[in-house]
Design a protein around this ligand. Structure first.
Ligand code: KG4
Ligand code: ZN
Length: 352
């Protein structure tokens, strides 16, 4: 019964440019819900962050994240509907991040979205977290359309994607080991800076001089557009430990500036090469690290020099949120993609 009704309503979304979609996001430590109209107009975007809860552990504790999603999600969904000025019955569909992310955390959002969709007899749409990050750009720029190249840099991913059409993603390159956000967080941790590390490293980098060279073996942009941050991260950690052993002062700001410059420089050059090879003239940024001002500036300069435009969403749409999930779902549903049944399961990894 549910399946047939949901399928019929889902099919109708292909002819509904003002479809109202509730997005739900719980892949890491943000519990989020949002209502988006027509894939681009955000009516509400509620985010309940667990940063304060995880700070004392120096990083996200998966089981703690899941429990707090369970506590926060009902109120976060209620607030998203209230702030949007709509009722649950006004919704055309419910969308949820099913992966990639922390499995227990994802399961909370997936279970809640399933229950909600079933109770309301609305279609359920399964969204890939990385594709959702990219879709934040459709909200940031109401005229944006593929084709373009997307650079996704978050705590879990560093990926270059060719986005040929709304539902055609192809991997061009990316990290072989650590994600860039993960490297930022580890560097922050060894320097004694609070979680999440990225914004703190950025703040201190502005006060430092980038005169330390960590990436001794880096040979520039690789033919396969692969990146690696594990070596850079370890070099920073070793540098700090050596200074500590010698009893020397740790030049925290200089380390932040040097690490940022080296990490960003290779990424910028690799992204520019990806744009050149793909023949696109647009690069869009996505993911938490995309809110880094130094990365934004360097990409903008590189775009100017190589005649491609660079688009970055505001920071609130770069870090995890549910508006991007609803936006992604809209562009899937418009082409008849993404309908999920009540057997939808969470996935910790999804490869491109
Ligand atoms: O996309 P996101 O909110 O969650 C994941 O899907 O991972 O990204 C979080 C990551 C964290 O590693 C955080 O330290 C990093 O993004 N980040 C930053 C900045 N803001 C957040 N990294 C560098 N500079 C920033 N300003
Ligand atoms: Zn994310």
């Amino acid at each position: 019964m549910y399946t047939t009704l949901a399928q019929t309503q889902f099919n109708a979304l292909q002819q509904k440019p003002d479809a109202l979609i509730l997005g739900v996001e719980s892949s890491c430590d943000e519990t989020a819900a949002a209502v988006v109209r027509g894939g681009r107009e955000v009516l509400s975007n509620v985010i309940s962050s667990q940063i304060e809860i995880h700070r004392r552990f120096g990083g996200v504790v998966p089981e703690v994240a899941s429990r707090n999603h369970t506590l926060a999600l009902p109120a976060v969904i209620d607030e998203a509907l209230r702030a949007a000025g709509v009722t649950a019955h006004d919704l055309d569909a419910v969308a949820v991040t099913y992966g990639a992310g922390l499995i227990g955390a994802l399961l909370v959002g997936v279970s809640a979205a399933k229950a909600f969709a079933y109770a309301l007899n609305k279609p359920l749409i399964a969204v890939n977290h990385i594709e959702a990050h990219v879709a934040a750009n459709y909200i940031a720029d109401k005229t944006l359309e593929p084709p373009f190249v997307a650079l996704v840099a978050s705590g879990g991913h560093t990926l270059l994607l060719d986005v040929a059409a709304f539902n055609a993603y192809e991997k061009l390159g990316g990290t072989l080991d650590d994600a860039l956000g993960e490297a930022f967080d580890k560097v922050a941790r060894v320097l004694g800076l609070p979680y999440p590390g990225g914004p703190n490293v950025e703040r201190l980098a502005k006060e430092g001089t980038p005169d330390i060279r960590f990436y001794k073996h880096c040979k520039g942009v690789r033919e396969d557009l692969a990146l690696s941050y594990s070596g850079l991260k370890t070099a920073v950690v070793n540098h700090v430990h050596t200074l500590k052993q010698k009893g020397e002062e740790i030049p925290v700001a200089d380390i932040c500036a040097s690490f940022t410059q080296e990490a960003v420089e290779l990424l910028v050059k690799t992204a520019a090469e990806a744009v050149r090879r793909s023949g696109r003239n647009k690069l869009v940024l996505a993911g938490g690290v995309a809110s880094n001002g130094y990365l934004r500036n360097r990409l903008y300069e590189e775009g100017q020099a190589n005649e491609f435009s660079v688009l970055f969403p505001p920071p609130v749409l770069c870090t995890d949120n549910a508006a991007m999930v609803a936006a992604r779902a809209y562009f899937m549903a418009r082409e008849g993609k993404g309908l999920a049944g009540l057997d939808l399961n969470a996935k910790s990894h999804i490869s491109f």
